[in-house]
Design a protein around this ligand. Structure first.
Ligand SMILES: [Zn+2]
Length: 309
């Protein structure tokens, strides 16, 4: 049944990165990964008709090209689609993780049946996808949807993209932890946070902040609230541009719950144009961390069916 994977297989991507960080060898590694996935399937005589790949980074889905991968420095302008298709002998669809997650949301998640929505994933970085008039909008060269690099604080911290004050530099998990450390260092607030703030034994994470905020910790609440407000500024700008009535939020930071999510919702209500704000629903994803893989598979299946039906 669509949306209910018959089989999942998880491999150690770290080994993949260290063995074949760049060049043609990475194609062979990825092809082997696909073959191992099929071989581990309990389905007798499983034979793939198409393969879907989701990559965290800048992807030209139309050409199966990975411009930049967030987690693998060597991946630049890598033709994943054609390279894998040659090795596997089936068609390969490549997209970025946020677009794949958005497709999964539209088919199996909280955006089921929606024609227009914005998907935003908040983890280490921010990924976003635009679903417009019943389909994903990638933009020329796949460059649309970089919500994480909208400036929300002109004098804010440096971002990995070279700009300052991008949403990602203020709302991504590393930015949230850094802000918490800054405030803890000032000793302005008493805090319930018990994680190892300066050491490595149990490094401070967003989950610690969420637990502390839920227990009444003002500092943790403030940090998560601030991050939610920053993201709300970026989303309000995007909604004013797109007029989308629905925003789906995914990713680990969204798991921080009300202090973060509530701040996003309030800030959009405050900052978006009134007619836009009135219709905007901002809801967390209900899909698990297989959503990107699920969406990539659905995109590959769509493409296959469009060719044979
Ligand atoms: Zn940036």
């Amino acid at each position: 049944m669509v949306g209910h994977p018959l089989h999942t297989y998880r491999d150690e991507t770290a080994a993949l990165l260290t063995r074949a960080p760049r060049g043609p060898a990475v194609m062979a590694e990825l092809a082997d990964l696909a073959r191992r996935t099929v071989a581990s399937s309990p389905i007798p005589a499983a034979h793939p008709v198409a393969v879907g790949v989701a990559i965290s980074g800048l992807v030209d889905a139309a050409h199966g090209l990975c411009h930049v991968c967030a987690n693998i420095p060597g991946w630049r302008d890598l033709p994943i689609g054609t390279g894998l298709a040659t090795l596997l002998g089936v068609e390969v669809r490549v997209d970025d993780c946020a677009c794949a997650q958005a497709l999964a949301e539209e088919r199996c998640g909280v955006a089921r049946g929606a024609r227009d929505f914005l998907f935003v994933n908040v983890g280490i970085g921010i990924g976003a996808a635009l679903y417009i008039d019943g389909r994903l909008y990638h933009g020329p060269g796949g460059l649309a949807g970089e919500l994480g690099h909208i400036t929300v604080d002109e004098d804010g911290p440096a971002c990995g993209c070279g700009n300052r004050g991008c949403a990602e530099a203020l709302v991504g998990a590393p930015a949230i932890v850094r802000r918490a450390r800054e405030l803890l260092a000032t000793h302005t607030y008493g805090s319930l946070i018990t994680a190892d703030v300066d050491g490595d034994s149990a490094p401070l994470r967003v989950e610690h902040l969420a637990a502390s905020a839920a227990a009444g910790d003002k500092l943790a609440f403030r940090v998560l609230n601030e991050a939610g407000e920053h993201l709300g500024v970026a989303i309000a700008a995007a909604l004013n541009l797109l007029g989308s009535p629905l925003v789906v939020l995914g990713g680990g930071v969204v798991g921080a719950g009300e202090p973060f999510l509530g701040a996003v919702q309030r800030t959009v209500r405050l900052r978006a144009l009134p007619p836009v704000a009135r219709q905007a629903r901002i809801v967390p994803s209900v899909l698990d961390d297989h959503a990107a893989a699920l969406g990539a598979g659905l995109a590959a299946l769509d493409h296959y069916l469009s060719r044979v039906v």
